[in-house]
Design a protein around this ligand. Structure first.
Ligand SMILES: Nc1ncnc2c1ncn2[C@@H]1O[C@H](COP(=O)(O)OP(=O)(O)OP(=O)(O)O)[C@@H](O)[C@H]1O
Ligand SMILES: [Mg+2]
Length: 395
């Protein structure tokens, strides 16, 4: 008990130091002296993953000032802090203990449970507080992903992990997939998966065929929304429901100069949210040529794996990615409404292949076609003159 008391006093002292550094106090004159009134600390709780401080601002001081001056709090309390406020006077400040694992094994039981009630569940990884970060791309309207980072930083593995989860948890009539593997190195494990609507594209010209298919789908779905006067395909009546669509492209740098494809992609990405289309592109070197501001602005979820320099991190939108060490593969910064550091679940090709096996299209080997087909075949053959009626009789 006494130990706990001193621990709390120490934490309160640190917090007051941070108030002082951030100049969060009110000055009042009393007996010719100026005294500082700091926020009143209501509680300090030591939780497993964080230390939570709750305090009330003095009258006349905006609680938003705490967030605005977060850097001064970080100087005293460490960089892993988060702040929430009721925007009137109460502030909760958490000092998170870094519980990001160095490696996170992809565990299908855990992951499938996390996404089981989601439309398109994305298990992004484990964050600062040691907990999984999971979100529903459709529910949150966060459907366009850019996965970027230097060679060997974990981009393709991230795509593999997201795709494997989606394939194993969504039925082929709930999710249609289109994949492009322009480096010819990654997606072969997804060959013949039931959800695929087109063979995996290996060249830009094959991908162009797919973007054409998707553009037709975009138009069709757009018409449906208009016809039913709705804003999202999820609101279509039962008899007009459409599946979600996923377009995954590993290494879009290979599309440089492919104006027609890029033009289509911009449209698909721009309209995808209402139409139930998610897109996920990986990119090793984020150059402006491929990531012009039009498409960059639309790819709202950014996964910034290790980069070579801050310039690259800036283009990706995840400043700090350049500080990720080369040893911690699969470590990245996830940018959604804020930026958080995560460890991505790691699934090897062999493990993914094992999980994917039941979802491969089965080859149908029939030595003798069923009877009704045999009859049809005979009729066809007579029609085409391969058999005369006599040999027909002999059968
Ligand atoms: N989440 C992860 N956890 C642990 N190790 C990982 C993780 N992701 C990737 N790795 C390791 O890093 C290697 C490279 O990963 P990956 O192929 O995904 O990188 P990449 O960014 O796609 O590289 P490239 O740009 O060359 O295509 C993997 O073979 C694996 O050993
Ligand atoms: Mg790769």
């Amino acid at each position: 008990m006494i130990k706990e008391f001193f621990r709390k006093q120490k934490a309160k002292g640190e917090l007051i130091k941070a108030f002082r550094a951030a100049k969060i106090y009110k000055e009042v004159k009393r007996d010719k002296k100026t005294i500082k009134i700091y926020p009143s600390i209501k509680s300090v709780r030591f939780l497993e993953s964080r230390t939570e401080h709750v305090f009330i601002m003095p009258y006349g001081i905006d609680p938003k000032d705490v967030q605005k001056n977060i850097v001064f709090f970080q100087q005293v309390l460490g960089k892993n802090i988060d702040i929430t406020t009721d925007n009137i006077k109460k502030v909760i400040l958490n000092v998170n203990h870094s519980n990001i694992p160095k490696e996170l094994k992809y565990n299908y039981e855990t992951i499938s449970e996390l996404v089981q009630d989601m439309k398109i569940g994305i298990v992004a990884g484990v964050g600062m507080n040691g907990e999984y970060v999971v979100f529903d791309a459709i529910e949150f309207g966060e459907v366009n992903f850019l996965v970027a980072g230097e060679q060997g930083s974990g981009k393709s593995t991230m795509l593999r992990n997201i795709l494997t989860t989606l394939i194993c948890t969504k039925k082929p009539n709930e999710l249609h997939l289109y994949l492009a593997d322009l480096k010819l190195s990654e997606f072969h494990i997804f060959d013949n998966i039931e959800h695929l609507q087109h063979p995996i594209c290996e060249t830009p010209s094959e991908l162009y065929k797919v973007t054409q298919i998707l553009m037709r789908e975009v138009k069709k779905r757009g018409k449906l929304l208009k016809q039913y006067r709705i804003a999202h395909v999820d609101d279509l009546p039962e008899n007009a429901k459409v599946p979600y669509i996923g377009l995954f492209i590993d290494e879009i740098i290979m599309l440089i100069g492919e104006k027609d494809i890029l033009k289509d992609l911009v449209q698909i990405v721009a309209l995808g949210r209402a139409l139930g289309i998610i897109t996920c592109f990986s990119l090793q070197r984020p150059s402006y040529d491929i990531l012009d501001t039009k498409i960059r602005g639309l790819l709202s979820v950014r996964m910034g794996f290790r980069t070579t320099d801050v310039q690259n991190s800036k283009i990706i939108g995840t400043i700090g990615s350049e500080k990720i060490s080369a040893e911690t593969r699969g470590r990245y910064l996830l940018k959604r409404s804020n930026i958080q550091e995560l460890q991505a679940p790691y699934i090897t090709q062999q493990e993914a292949e094992k999980l994917l096996k039941p979802y491969k299209v089965k080859e149908i080997i029939e030595e003798n076609p069923p009877l009704d087909q045999q009859e049809e075949q005979i009729e066809d053959e007579i029609e085409w003159g391969f058999l005369d009626n006599e040999s027909e009789q002999k059968r």
